[in-house]
Ligand binder design. Structure first.
Ligand SMILES: [Zn+2]
Length: 387
């Protein structure tokens, strides 16, 4: 995420670090405000696609990579003037960043894609500006004041602390039609003292598709019971398939399905936050495998069931540890954690994923496959950290 709004680049005092916290609120816009929000979503999507296609055309014709600014489009698309120009600026910035990420690391970041109307979630982001008359965006006890939109009613369940300054807000609509704003605040805190992890205060986690993860002591977390919700979802989808598309019943059923989807996603997110908090507080260091980063970035950007998974968990873990001066140690993804014997170090040629246990031919130790892998991840992580 891009935290650098040009107007807000500030020097951080010595011994301090800049920290960000995002608070999410449900918004209750009036019909007029909702209409303007929809227009803004649409304009942002339009602008993104327009710039992207021009970049491609320009490149094809001249071999030069050039990204036009939003101002360039306002003449031909006057409706762009109706929405907050800040939101359009952010589109430009985000697209620039997407290209930069892609050029720097094409293995991890894919080429920017066109946005479709069928996206899971519509959103726009506006940075807060400081004017002599006050900030352009601010939170009140009952709502969020924004340019063009005015005061949008919000359920402010948590107040930011008075020394926090609002950096930017992202307004979004879920598929079920609920509006939210995620307000990101920046503030300085004392830099945490770096913790030097002792082996007995370090844990290794091995990703496990069935149990989320298994740690080096053999524990795995109690996941939220989404099985029932998933069964219900399957039944509802089956019912939907028998309905006439476009009918009122069909629409009602679709809405029920969307709400249930959101409910399951929220359950997963809640679990991920609590679980990462628990581990970050309980241990001095955590070792994990550096799995494919695309998986990780995907997990962070899309609010999907499958994706709000291990990648998001690891990212939560990273910043929760970092704030306490604790390291998240990444172990090379090609390190053979599964087939190395954690007792004697013998490396087996292959250990099938189907087998839950295996016996080391060198020392005779019987290993639980996943626990053994977690132990190796911990040992390898510590060795790397010390090196
Ligand atoms: Zn062995």
């Amino acid at each position: 995420m891009n935290f650098v709004g040009r107007s807000q680049k500030k020097q951080v005092q010595a011994g301090k670090v800049l920290q960000h916290t995002t608070l999410k609120f449900r918004l209750y816009p009036t019909p007029e405000q909702a209409e303007l929000m929809e227009k803004t979503f649409g304009c942002c999507r339009y602008l993104w696609n327009q710039i992207l296609s021009d970049v491609q055309e320009f490149y094809a014709a001249t071999d030069v990579h050039y990204i036009p600014t939003p101002a360039h489009y306002k003449k031909d698309a006057p409706f762009l003037r109706e929405v907050d120009s800040q939101a359009l600026c952010t589109v430009h910035q985000n697209l620039r960043k997407a290209f930069m990420d892609f050029f720097r690391n094409p293995a991890v970041f894919s080429y920017p894609r066109f946005k479709t109307k069928k996206a899971r979630r519509d959103s726009f982001t506006v940075y807060c500006r400081e004017y002599r008359t006050g900030p352009s965006i601010y939170l009140t006890g009952t709502g969020l004041q924004m340019p063009k939109l005015g005061l949008v009613r919000a359920k402010v369940h948590r107040k930011p602390l008075h020394w926090w300054s609002l950096r930017f807000v992202t307004v979004s609509r879920t598929r079920s039609g609920k509006y939210f704003c995620a307000a990101t605040f920046g503030y300085e805190v004392s830099a945490p003292k770096q913790v030097n992890p002792a082996p007995e205060r370090t844990v290794g986690l091995n990703y496990s598709p069935s149990g989320f993860y298994v740690d080096s002591q053999g524990a795995n977390p109690d996941q939220p019971a989404t099985a029932k919700s998933r069964e219900k979802l399957a039944r509802m989808q089956k019912k939907l398939s028998r309905m006439v598309p476009g009918s009122q019943n069909y629409q009602d059923q679709l809405q029920k399905i969307r709400l249930l989807h959101e409910h399951i996603t929220n359950q997963r997110k809640d679990f991920i936050h609590k679980e990462s908090r628990r581990i970050a507080n309980a241990w001095d260091a955590v070792c994990v495998r550096a799995d494919d980063l695309t998986e990780l970035s995907r997990g962070m950007t899309q609010g999907d069931l499958r994706d709000a998974g291990y990648g998001m968990f690891r990212e939560c873990l990273r910043y929760k540890l970092e704030r306490q001066g604790k390291p998240l140690i990444l172990v090379d993804r090609y390190y053979p954690s599964t087939r190395t014997c954690s007792a004697c170090g013998h490396v087996e040629a292959a250990v099938s994923y189907k087998r839950r246990t295996w016996t080391c031919p060198a020392c005779g130790t019987v290993h639980q496959r996943e626990i053994n892998a977690a132990k190796n991840i911990k040992a390898e992580g510590l060795a790397r950290f010390r090196a």
